[in-house]
Design a protein around this ligand. Sequence first.
Ligand SMILES: [Zn+2]
Length: 150
Amino acid sequence: MPIDAKLKQAIRERANYYCEYCHSPERLSASRFTIDHILPRSLGGFDDPDNLALACRRCNERRYDFVAGVDPSTQAIIPLFNPRQFQWQDHFIWAEGGIIILGQTPMGRASCLRLDLNDERYPEADSIRATRKLWMQIGYHPPVNDPCQA
Ligand SMILES: [Zn+2]
């Protein structure tokens, strides 16, 4: 059953119209972001606000129904970042002024890799990295409350 429009709007407002994984702004996207089930429906997740997050299409597609990923530093299997339980700022920082997201914890690193938050499989010109550079040029990125690497 689809999520009703009122609940969708509440999820978008709660997220301040940013993807809760990569912090892309919905307002600069050609399409509305998706409502992600943190525990996927296929694994028994419900349409409860505590199980829902605003996600851009990139992040939503790459998360698919994964709930864990590999920390590339230790090869350990780690739960993916859950925006209802954790603060983004405790697990990620921006590097290169806002072009690259760096995971700062096992959860941050595993989520960066699983969600490919920097589009590392693509050449820069075809990636979110090039898009973030454009957003930076117009002063829309990185989000004001997000930490940057010193
Ligand atoms: Zn995203």
